[in-house]
Design a protein around this ligand. Structure first.
Ligand SMILES: Cc1ncc(C[n+]2csc(CCOP(=O)(O)OP(=O)(O)O)c2C)c(N)n1
Ligand SMILES: [Mg+2]
Length: 346
């Protein structure tokens, strides 16, 4: 197996407006604090269902959404809180949703893995691994046929990139010239299965390390990048989205990151070397980006502390909102099951 080759970014922080850089920092932090509280609430029994946390992968959501227009769409995954927050979803309504409350984004009926908000172009988290690839491809086909001008970024994991759906979707998009980007979040694991061999564990779920190379098979651009650097993500997505919007050329972006926590909350990770978790924590994107902002003189300690305080407050308010909201009336269980006519606009 060849070694992984990461494409070096060309863009420097100085070339990006300060506002955007601070937005990326705040977005990463909003996701992190939301997720940390989610872990606490889940452990305390306040959140029902399964919870998959995005801790350590925040640079991806922030970098992708920094490159999108509001009308652009994304498809998300079971690990989708970060995508929703970065795309502009309401943190309070997502908290309520995950608590099963009626004020939730999907009236408390979707929960963490089935959360969606078409009003902000978040076409849905998904409990079915690999389902987002063809769904997003369909939304991109609609954009092209109806001349709607939006681009779709299909975000899913390294495990999802091994599904047949990935290959079918990418092939169709490449021949139909659809405005879509396939974004692979490679957090090195699909449940308990490592992407590549780990110390003492020879298993692997793929025979190549650079999934960006898969673009060659479909005649489209593909790249492997550092997914723990929001600037690298922003640069790659910006280029891919422009190509998709203007020329109808889809792309594959493979971003290297890692999962700091278990696959789901409560996963004892018996399949994973302890050092692997420690190594992952050392790659944490948030302190790294904070350091960069300070060292480059882009932001002051005071500015960042103010952002940090705002985030703490927002998360506390989201929890309060969720807690105060009522559960849905049991009679509501059978409503919203089928799509109403006319179908909601994509
Ligand atoms: C079609 C399908 N097969 C299997 C599963 C069980 N499953 C849930 S999460 C997961 C691993 C997903 O790995 P990856 O795509 O890398 O995402 P990650 O959890 O690492 O973010 C699997 C196999 C599923 N939900 N759907
Ligand atoms: Mg994975």
């Amino acid at each position: 197996m060849t070694e992984v080759v990461v494409k070096e970014k060309k863009i420097t922080p100085e070339e990006i407006p300060k506002e955007k850089l601070l937005w990326m920092y705040k977005t990463m932090l909003r996701i992190r604090r939301y997720e940390e509280k989610t872990a606490e609430l889940f452990a305390a029994g306040e959140l029902p269902g399964f919870i998959h946390l995005y801790i350590g992968e925040e640079a991806i959501a922030a970098g992708i959404m920094a490159a999108l227009r509001p009308e652009d769409k994304i498809t998300s995954t079971h690990r989708g809180h970060g995508h929703m927050i970065a795309k502009g979803g309401s943190m309070a309504k997502m908290m309520a949703e995950n608590m099963g409350k009626v004020t939730g984004i999907c009236k408390g009926k979707g929960g963490s893995m089935h959360i969606a908000d078409f009003s902000i172009g978040e076409l849905g988290a998904n409990g079915i691994i690999g389902a987002g690839w063809p769904l997003g491809t369909g939304a991109a086909l609609a954009s092209k046929l109806l001349g709607l001008g939006y681009v779709v970024v299909c975000i899913a994991g390294d495990g999802a990139a091994e599904q047949g759906t990935f290959h079918e979707a990418v092939n169709l998009a490449s021949i139909w010239k659809l405005p879509v980007v396939y974004f692979i979040e490679d957090n090195e694991y699909g449940m308990g299965m490592p992407s590549w061999p780990k110390p003492g564990d020879p298993r692997k779920s793929k025979n190549i390390k650079n999934l960006g190379d898969r673009g060659i098979a479909y005649g489209i651009p593909g790249v492997t990048i550092d997914g723990n650097d929001p600037i690298a993500v922003y640069e790659a997505v910006k280029a891919a989205v422009e190509r998709a919007r203007i020329e109808g050329i889809p792309s594959i972006i493979h971003a290297l990151t890692c999962r700091q926590r278990g696959h789901f909350e409560g996963d004892p990770q018996l399949y994973r070397p302890k050092e692997d978790v420690e190594a992952c924590k050392k790659r944490d994107p948030i302190p790294r980006f904070r350091k960069l902002l300070i060292e480059k003189g882009i932001a002051t300690e005071e500015e960042l502390k103010k952002i940090e305080e705002e985030v703490e407050k927002e998360v506390a308010e989201a929890i309060e909102f969720g807690r105060k909201s009522p559960f849905p009336d049991p009679k509501e269980a059978y409503t919203d099951i089928y799509a109403s006519e006319p179908f909601p606009e994509v």
